[in-house]
Ligand binder design. Structure first.
Ligand SMILES: Nc1ncnc2c1ncn2[C@@H]1O[C@H](COP(=O)(O)OP(=O)(O)OP(=O)(O)O)[C@@H](O)[C@H]1O
Length: 500
């Protein structure tokens, strides 16, 4: 393997933030190099320097041993550096081939686009990836996983030798992850160098050759993935040993029932769901992607109300036709799509965090206690380890994971008796995850009733007092908190008619 990319002494400052402190990084041809670190450690910023989005204040970048200038993303692209962002940027109404070649379409004489050639060249790249997608398919008809693969195809169409993937599996299910990993293995065998950013510890072993860890904008170390225990990588990331023990399951037999759902149904997505949730309880929802867990949460929250069934809050039947109804009944929902529902990106952290608790900090004539709000915001910045120069920073300038922590802080502060968290730790680093688990435990101990939907089984097992499992719109069973992964998987795949 030879040196494809070298970054030496890369330094970058933003107002109030020393984001990169003389960072070294190198990538070999034909390797998968994982880049890890807590939210805000500087991973994306380093990759933006490599892909021509940001200009480093100091340091140099070498490709094949030659120092290069990367003044623009185009310059990086021309040198074979491709980046697949977390937020996909495809044009939904165009076809796969049109998206791949957009802006540089092959032309016939008279300037007309040569659709046939465009499709054929796209097909060639897709088959190189062993992907059975017709290049004439509109992107809007593809799954998120396939859209992401089209982004990879697009990067390859620029003859990329370096591919940067920023949390590529965040929105994929297990089968899709396997498909993506197969593509990565093929590209690696062809000599493409891949930089892989992820917070999922289990993936790192499966996929990477080397791991570089960053902390607070500095390079902590680069180690061989196969030989380094996960616990060591975590310790390098967070700068301390993590103790993350499962809390004891409380006896809630005498606790009041906070939420009761009876025979809730909507079309094929939700079919006769019944369960109850007590005060002080954390009920985890497990299931495969598409099992109907988010649909259930949205029905309870009134975002997409059910067609049939009943919902009782503290024993009283309620009618929930909209999120406003749900909030009035004391039900909060932290959606899995936080970017779109959760934040005022142009406002500062203080406003974002405090917004939810504003009414409680107003006096009789509506005056807000600004100082109290500042204290609350700073308290949550500290507790959730939100990386920011201060509570005055605009939320859009925070790293992705830190933005998510802000949404979580906001919901933690809301005055709801019943809280539904949908994938609460997606994109969140291990240290903050442990902190969020602890906070959810504290909320439950304080009498809140909590539902947690998570695709990560270890997370469901770590958090839940009981575990509800869904499959194809039905609730296939409720297990005690200590259940085995096998028992959960059995219920998660128990299709109708196949039950014993
Ligand atoms: N344009 C900007 N202006 C001000 N600060 C910025 C800007 N871009 C990044 N930062 C800050 O630089 C630091 C590093 O952010 P970066 O996005 O690189 O982190 P990250 O390691 O990718 O985190 P995550 O895992 O959350 O994606 C953070 O403190 C972030 O708030």
């Amino acid at each position: 393997m030879n040196g494809l990319v070298r970054m030496e002494g890369i330094d970058k400052r933003f107002p109030g933030v020393h984001a990169l402190k003389s960072v070294d990084f190198d990538l070999r041809a034909g390797e998968v190099h994982a880049l890890m670190g807590e939210n805000g450690a500087g991973k994306s910023t380093l990759m933006k320097c490599l892909s021509g989005v940001y200009q480093p204040d100091a340091g140099r970048i070498l490709i094949d041993g030659q120092a290069v200038a990367l003044p623009t993303p185009k310059a990086a692209q021309d040198l074979g550096i491709g980046i697949i962002h977390q937020e996909l940027a495809l044009m939904r109404d165009l076809t796969v081939a049109q998206n791949i070649w957009i802006g540089r379409e092959p032309r016939l004489s008279f300037g007309r686009i040569d659709e046939a050639r465009q499709n054929a060249e796209a097909a060639a790249i897709l088959s190189r990836m062993n992907l059975g997608i017709d290049p004439r398919t509109p992107v809007s008809r593809l799954t998120i996983a396939h859209q992401q693969m089209v982004e990879i195809a697009k990067a390859l169409s620029y003859r990329s030798r370096v591919l940067i993937m920023d949390e590529p599996t965040a929105a994929l299910n297990d089968a899709e992850i396997a498909e993506l990993f197969a593509i990565i293995a093929r590209l690696r065998a062809e000599g493409v160098g891949i930089i892989y950013i992820s917070h999922k510890m289990d993936e790192i072993r499966r996929i990477s050759d080397r791991v570089t860890v960053m902390r607070d904008g500095a390079h902590v170390g680069t180690v061989a993935a196969a030989e380094t225990p996960i616990a060591r990588i975590i310790a390098m990331m967070v700068g301390r040993e993590l103790t993350d023990e499962k809390a004891a399951i409380p006896d809630l037999s005498a606790a009041e029932t906070a939420l009761e759902v009876r025979d809730l149904s909507r079309g094929p997505e939700l079919r006769g769901i019944s369960f109850s949730l007590r005060r002080g309880e954390i009920l985890g929802f497990a299931g495969l992607m598409g099992a109907g867990r988010t649909e259930l949460a949205r029905a309870i929250f009134g975002a997409e109300p059910a067609d049939a069934g009943r919902i009782l809050v503290h024993g009283r039947e309620v009618s929930i036709r909209s999120p406003a109804d749900a909030v009035r009944e004391g039900i909060g929902y932290l959606s899995e799509d936080r970017k779109h529902y959760g934040l005022a990106l142009g406002m500062d952290l203080r406003a974002n965090i405090a917004m939810a608790s504003l009414p409680r900090h107003a006096d009789a004539i509506g005056r807000i206690d600004e100082q109290a709000l500042g204290r609350i915001a700073r308290d949550y910045i500290e507790r959730l380890r939100i990386r920011t120069p201060g509570d005055w920073q605009e939320v859009r300038l925070l790293s992705g994971g830190n933005q998510q922590k802000v949404v979580i802080a906001k919901w933690l502060l809301r005055d709801c008796d019943i809280l539904i968290f949908d994938e609460p730790t997606r994109g969140i680093d291990v240290g903050a995850k442990a902190e969020i688990y602890r906070l959810l435990g504290d909320l439950a101990a304080g009498g809140k009733a909590i539902i947690v939907i998570s695709s990560e089984l270890p997370e469901v097992l770590r958090l839940s007092h009981r575990i509800a499992v869904m499959c194809e719109g039905r609730l296939t069973g409720i297990l005690p908190g200590g259940a085995s992964q096998e028992a959960i998987m059995e219920l998660a795949t128990q299709r109708e008619g196949a039950a014993a």
